[in-house]
Design a protein around this ligand. Sequence first.
Ligand code: PHE
Length: 472
Amino acid sequence: MTRETWATRIGFILAAVGSAVGLGNIWRFPWVAAENGGSAFLVVYLGIVLLVGVPGLLAEFVIGRRSNRSPAGALRSLSGSNVWGAWGLFYVFTAIALLSFYSVVGGWILRYLVESGLALAGSGPAYFADPGQYFGGVAAGFDAVGYHVLFLALTGIIVFAGVRRGIELGTKVMMPAVLVLLVALAAWAATQSGAAEAYAFYLRFDPSAIRQNFFGVLGPAAGQALFTLSLGAGTMVTYASYVGEDRSLAFDGTTIAVLNTLVGVLAGLVVFPLLFSLGISPGETGTGAGALFVGLAGAFSQLPGGTLIATAFFAVVTLAALSSSISMLEIPVAFLVDEYDLERRTAVAGVGALVVLTGSVCALDQSIFGFVAGTLVDVLLTAGLTAFLVFVGWVMGRDALDEFRSGAGEVATALSTPWLFAAGALLPVFLVFTLLTTFGMDARLGFWPTAATAAALAVVIFAGVRGEPEAA
Ligand code: PHE
């Protein structure tokens, strides 16, 4: 069976943007930014997107396009080592963990979309009456399971249809729709009474928040950057493995990162004016899942034409979430198709059945949900990206440079050597450092011992990887 490829270059870019743009931008980004000093956080976050995100994205692209395989097959075939092949299973696990909680949140969104849409002709959706209580009632339990399964089924249908006719076609429709609707919503939000105050809050520059607690901001900023760019799970490896011809990966990667950031900022321009118009302070409604559902749903309920706005808003979020969840499902599906020659349809059914179960666990137990959506995902993505970077730097080496340069323009070619150095040496140390801060090491022992430990650990990893047998 010949392996599918994207039909067009724009198809690949939109699919990757579709994966990147998701709940991370619309639901998580505005809140994390607001909590960590507004635009001061924005500056640190943008720095990490540029200095860690883009090089990391390119590392995944290089691995995928060079091998034309999903992560497990890619790492094994490029290294000639079964140890790397076995490490590839890590990404299958990560994808399933991601999809398990993401599909539950996707289910919530889908429910709000359905409720809002059905209420267009009537007197307002059920959640308008008491958004907090409503959300509390549907967030967990069998209600949540039902919509999770529905959302997963939609995801499965698109992935089942294949790379070109499912993912590419789907994102080609979904992404422009998301952009147009978001711009329209942001323009409308600008006319609301609280807009000026909201912009001042969101775009305020408060360097003292960074100066006081730089390392406290670093962890959330790095976590957010990886999650939002879909890095460390192998999505971008898998998507790049369907790239047929050689064109500039650096150009495509930068485009994807810029578009993704733009959507994050736009989402903030929709969310904050709404809340401020109604005198809801972002701090009050709390963060996490509730913020979007309780705070915004409450805001919609008090606005003229709120049902229509709510429908448009939840449609945006549903499309954005769907174009991300398909990229998660594609990882294990591509693995089964590539490695075991399974039919796509069988692979989708098998993985889908598994995630029906694992997702239901998340839907029924809120503490498991919180752990998977928070710490587990942060750690898996950080470790996953570190491994890709080390692979590019220490196993692929010159091959990675070749692949990076093929199709690249002058600027990208000139940057290729610094890129490899950053990917192979600097960024792994940085990521190990953020992992250690996630576990609270810097708070307990201080900056220097943590940095030294990170550097030492990275050197041990580099040495271990060098000891692996060379590619045959
Ligand atoms: N980037 C997606 C979002 O922002 C989430 C995602 C993470 C998708 C990892 C794929 C892999 O919602």
